[in-house]
Design a binder for this molecule. Structure first.
Ligand SMILES: [Zn+2]
Length: 193
């Protein structure tokens, strides 16, 4: 007698019969991957892309301000120092957390999840699920920076200063996007033991 095995759909959680070859979810029609390497390799590829993008995001100007015809470019760190010197401590701290520390924390979390999945590191399942959840929640917070830039540009639009997003902003946005893809493509079913 053939033993029936089941797989869970990672999109809608429906239980499907496992069979040889391609499995399509009976409820939502999504393709279900049973081979754990597919998920891991995608997560790693997106993670590496995000880490590479983190470099230009910090090196290139994120903001270009034009006041009375004078152009001034500032990077993330330059902008933070500028805000700090100007006495805007809360804004400086929020931007520092959102655009410098949060992405690094996410890289570390995802790397840890990948390593612990690959080598079956003994730690409680609850801990790993918590970490995965934190990674997903933090993801939306690293967008704060983009919001701050948007709000600043709207506010300053009324004055004589013109604000334009720089190359760094594009790299930063892409980095946030690829970090999110990396966390999303990580299959939480792989968290075992
Ligand atoms: Zn489904």
């Amino acid at each position: 007698m053939v033993k029936n095995r089941f797989v869970r759909c990672h999109i809608c959680e429906a239980v499907n019969n496992e069979k040889v070859g391609e499995i399509i979810c009976r409820r939502c029609g999504e393709k279900i991957y049973t081979h754990k390497d597919v998920s891991l390799h995608r997560t790693i590829a997106f993670l590496i892309t995000a880490i590479i993008l983190y470099i230009p995001a910090n090196l290139y100007p994120i903001l270009i301000t034009r006041q009375f015809g004078v152009m001034q470019e500032s990077t993330i760190l330059g902008g933070i120092m500028h805000l700090w010197e100007a006495g805007s401590y809360p804004v400086a701290i929020i931007i520092l957390l959102a655009s410098v520390f949060v992405p690094i924390l996410k890289f570390i979390f995802i790397t840890y999840l990948l390593i612990s999945t690959k080598y079956n590191v003994k730690s409680s399942i609850a801990d790993k699920h918590k970490l995965f959840y934190i990674t997903e929640v933090i993801g939306s917070w690293s967008m704060i920076d983009v919001f701050v830039v948007a709000i600043l540009s709207v506010l300053i639009h009324f004055t004589a200063v013109q604000i334009l997003p720089g190359t760094g902003a594009t790299a930063f946005g892409l980095m946030v996007f690829f970090t999110m893809l990396s966390a999303l493509s990580f299959d939480s079913r792989l968290i075992k033991k």
